[in-house]
Design a protein. Structure first.
Length: 319
């Protein structure tokens, strides 16, 4: 078990970030173990069919025997949404002795670098392979992933505002437990207690994470990668409005939004589901609101939209 002891100041400094590098590194677990997440099997098959065998062997080799990842490959993001290249540049600067330590701590199988020169060569080879892996297999999906991750953060922020830290962590994952100011993370290869001491906790939602993943080493800055909500919807085709009187009346984009607004949803989540930009969704929502077909209410820093009674009647299927 790994645990984080969080003071009131630490909770006040708890924040979110999204990381394309973390997402790419987390996907390596799926390559190694297809049983982790059945939802990702089509992506895995496609990636392995096109991935250079040498790169595949190298990338899978840095995943530990118990699927832990070396800390040097997952640096804590310094800003809310760094680019992949910015994060990879940090990994390339990792000191060789840190590379050797982190590989050993993650229980990486196979022969480990015997000296700093070998560790530096391995670090550079892995970084080159990650760059080649990112471009065809993660980058084309990143915009869709980002919208999903931002929707998760919106939900988590609301949980924190409504119920504090207890509600924030309540439904993240069964391995997480909040008790008397301490966040307990079960089923970890590490066994240590970290007093956060004013450094705050960084929360990073992930599409490919199958369980919460803090740094392996207790000396790393406190952070937690956790499985995002709504991952199953990532691979769904965008809903089709279909031929109907509603579509003919409102147009396909607004009809599709009205059907989705059976439950309260923020703009960013609607944009993710219909796979358009949030600004495009906002324009349609303004028209629907002006027509009295949707209602809106502010919830903290976000605005939630839902069908009005008139919108419900218009969207109801006709016999």
């Amino acid at each position: 078990m790994i645990s984080f002891e969080l003071s009131v100041e630490d909770l006040a400094d708890t924040r979110f970030a999204i990381s394309p590098l973390h997402e790419t590194i987390s996907s390596l677990r799926v390559l190694r173990d297809p049983g982790l997440h059945a939802l990702h099997l089509p992506w895995r098959r496609s990636a392995l069919a096109r991935l250079d065998p040498a790169d595949a062997a190298l990338l899978v080799s840095v995943v530990g025997e118990k699927l832990a990842l070396p800390d040097f490959l997952t640096p804590r993001p310094a800003v809310f949404a760094p680019s992949f290249d910015e994060e990879l540049a940090i990994v390339r600067r990792t000191a060789p002795h840190v590379v050797r330590h982190d590989l050993e701590a993650a229980l990486v199988a196979g022969p480990l670098p015997e000296d700093d020169a070998a560790a530096a060569r391995l670090r550079d080879a892995v970084c080159d392979a990650l760059a080649r892996f990112w471009e065809p297999f993660v980058a084309p999906l990143w915009q869709r992933m980002r919208l999903l991750l931002e929707a998760d953060m919106t939900y988590r922020a609301r949980q924190l505002a409504v119920g504090g830290a207890r509600l924030l962590f309540a439904d993240m994952h069964p391995n997480l437990r909040w008790h008397e100011g301490v966040l307990h993370i079960d089923k970890m290869i590490g066994r240590h207690h970290v007093v956060v001491s004013g450094r705050g906790l960084l929360l990073i939602p992930s599409v490919f994470a199958h369980k919460p993943a803090p740094p392996v080493s207790p000396g790393e800055p406190p952070s937690l990668v956790y499985p995002s909500r709504g991952v199953a919807t990532l691979w769904e085709a965008a809903p089709s409005a279909g031929p109907s009187a509603l579509t003919a009346l409102l147009g396909a984009p607004r009809a599709r939004l009205l059907r989705l607004l059976e439950e309260p949803l923020p703009t960013v989540e609607l944009a993710r589901r219909v796979r358009v930009t949030p600004s495009a969704v906002s324009q349609h929502l303004r028209v629907l609101y002006a027509a009295g077909l949707v209602a809106r209410a502010r919830d903290g820093r976000q605005v939630l939209y839902r069908r009005s009674a008139l919108g419900d009647e218009l969207a109801a299927p006709r016999r």
